[in-house]
Design a binder for this molecule. Structure first.
Ligand code: B12
Length: 233
């Protein structure tokens, strides 16, 4: 029996439990992460706090060790899978706000990029804030974005990229919108770890958002501007 088998999660205090969840996420232990999330919910933690403090906090440690060559793709995949297990429990809770629909967003990770945790988180938080979200998944070509936008008629286009090699593709999408004369029909939000505000401006996005909470605030702000300009037009 390994040492970990002896740990009973429900007997840990909140701080110890979050630390243990960092370890469990690191080790890709999906069931333990799900159990930890459920325990924190029973202890009346807000779903958003569980998401940011326990899950995103743990993924930050995984990210640092991946960057430093201590963890490799298979381990990170397991960690991502464990994180998704926890997110799946939180999703309905974050989404059930009963808020009126405030707008519609089409979101997807760009071509060549398969990272989807951050995008999923943004989608969840946007739904929680009352937006209707159409998730195109990963590896989206210009054509896939355009097709979805035509079919769905969103207010907002959200693009995610986690690789320095795939982030320029966002510009390809925006340039195509410009060429087709439809750029100003949408609010374009971009995000992903390697991006920054300057990059967002340079490619012609309306805003770069560093995390899901900022994405929600920014989306609401831009929706407000859109309504005001429609009223004065
Ligand atoms: C998990 C992970 C993986 C998993 C992905 C699993 C999955 N289903 O997503 C796997 C193992 C598959 C993977 C693969 C690879 N990865 Co990887 N991965 C990561 C890691 C550790 C965490 C990313 C993550 O999920 N973060 C947690 C989420 C919550 O944060 P986030 O994504 O940043 O999202 C937040 C914000 O950015 C923002 N946001 C994100 N998207 C959007 C979109 C919109 C519209 C808005 C408004 C906001 C927004 O809000 C989010 C929520 O707050 C990062 C490290 C890091 N520091 O980012 C490396 C990292 C991104 N990967 C990296 C690399 C190199 C790779 C590989 C090329 C490795 C390889 N040799 O094969 C492959 C690429 C495959 C491909 N073609 O895409 C590098 C990229 C380096 C670079 N400069 O380009 C990183 C930075 C690690 C590193 N330092 O080396 N990876």
């Amino acid at each position: 029996m390994s040492e970990e088998d002896d740990i009973i999660l429900s007997e840990l205090d909140d701080e110890e439990l979050v630390q243990q969840m960092f370890d469990d996420l690191y080790d890709g232990l999906k069931e333990e992460i799900e159990e930890g999330v459920n325990i924190l919910l029973e202890r009346k933690w807000e779903p958003y706090d569980i998401l940011t403090k326990a899950l995103v906090g743990g993924m930050t440690i995984v990210g640092a060790d991946f960057r430093d060559g201590i963890l490799f793709v298979p381990e990170v995949l397991l960690a991502a899978n464990a994180m998704k297990g926890g997110m799946a429990i939180l999703k309905p809770l974050l989404v059930e706000t009963g808020a009126p629909r405030v707008g519609k967003m089409v979101i997807g990770t760009v071509k060549g990029d398969i990272h989807d945790i951050g995008k999923n988180l943004v989608g969840m938080m946007m739904e929680g804030a009352g937006f209707e979200v159409v998730d195109l998944g990963i590896n989206n070509s210009v054509e896939a974005y355009l097709e979805a936008m035509e079919a769905e008629g969103p207010d907002i286009l959200g693009m995610s990229a986690l690789l320095t090699t795939t982030m320029p593709y966002m510009k390809v999408v925006i340039d195509t919108l410009i060429e087709q004369g439809i750029r100003d029909d949408y609010i374009v939000l971009v995000g992903g770890a390697p991006l920054n505000e300057e990059f967002g401006k340079a490619i012609g996005a309306d805003a770069y958002c560093r995390d899901a909470a900022v994405a929600v605030e920014t989306a609401k702000e831009w929706m407000g501007r859109k309504h005001n300009s429609a009223a004065t037009a």
